[in-house]
Design a protein around this ligand. Sequence first.
Ligand code: BGC
Ligand code: MG
Length: 471
Amino acid sequence: MAWWRDAVVYEIYVRAFQDSDGDGVGDLDGIRSRLPYLQALCVDAIWLTPFYPSPMRDGGYDVSDPCDVDPLFGDLDGFDRLVADAHRLGLKVIVDLVPNHTSDQHPWFQEALRNRAARRRYVFAETPNNWLSFRGGSAWTRVDEEAYLHLFAPEQPDLNWRDPEVNDAYDDVLRFWLDRGVDGFRIDVAHGLLKAEGLPDDEDVSALTQLVCDRYSHSWGQPEVCSVYRRWRAIADSFDGDRLLLGEVYAVHPADLVRYTESLDQVFNFFLLQTSFDTVLLRSAIDAALVVPNPTWTLSNHDLSRQASRLGGADRALALSAFLWALPGSVYVYQGEELGLYDTDVPRELAVDPFGRDRSRTPMLWDADGGFTTGTPFLPLGAGQSVAEQEGDAGSALEAYRALLRLRRELLSRLGREVTWRDTPPGVLAVAREGGLVAVLNTTSAAVPLPDGEVLWGDGGPVSTTWLLAP
Ligand code: BGC
Ligand code: MG
């Protein structure tokens, strides 16, 4: 069975995890020094957010060279050291691939600005259509008689995936990192690459609607985009081991996610990230996620509010995680969620991200003094208890996450993939997974007798989840 199928993947927002050289910015050597922590947390893989050369107009998702390391984060030798150490500790390494757009500083785009004949790698038009950028306003920026398309910021021009040279170049990008030993890719905005032929106007031009309601958009979620992933599947499969292709795809309908899994191994679903702490809504979000082959479970990432804030409490976040982790599929953990961290209000004058996402990007809290850097951190530290303060405290979030992940790993070999909902009173969810695991989430403060008399649980305690194991 492929290693990623029930794996726990830990997302490292590289800038904010661990600084090694005192410049206040996290880096690859810093990550390397923290691998034992991740191993002890019982994660199977790390996913590194972009560390490529970048002007950092979008936290590194504006890449000016996809085959190198930005000096801020280290160099290629440092990357190789990180992969070698991770592998030695039994950890897989997944890197972020950002194929929808480049930075406007990428040599291709600089050439396109200078020379109209060299524009085919991007999407230029004399008469822009009515598409809106996800960041607001028109998705087009005029440079002369022509304008170029950017579904995100103007500093992130969209590539033209109908151009063979773009396709060939990214084949080489994949091979470059696969040759260096990476175990897979997280593909940024995987539903964006190919736009409808002829660039027709959208009927509904609300930017948010375009991103999520891909059925009504000519820019997002075009079925032809999977032709790119069929090509990448063949490349990934030509390497040894199971190299993971994971897509970041926003879709409203689970069926629209399913088609990506014919060529990608798995896709994120964001149903749970858009759901409040209500058992009826949670159950339908879980059902939607289970429709998609090789499901993924995630409650936060570097773009969104931390789940303790979003769901209204660290106890709720832990309870929901514990419930989801009983289900078949891969678990994606975002750095700091194991500490029960909440969002941090970053004062405007210290803000780094132009799109308001600093709240979940503050540096990791390693010890009472921070432990992230010996210099001045690029963003202020958030409030919360650090790793060192929680370690060894059985009542802490960290020890609860650790214990749960350890138990999950131990149980996997006996668990199947079938799941069955049990009848439960309002405010309670119970799901049985083939192999003898029942998870019960009680969002009420009342004691809860399950209908089959199996458990009486709740007892005025806090929101929580219990795992019941058949002998
Ligand atoms: C990434 C964001 C980024 C955007 C554009 C996303 O989905 O997660 O951080 O701003 O893609 O690259
Ligand atoms: Mg540094």
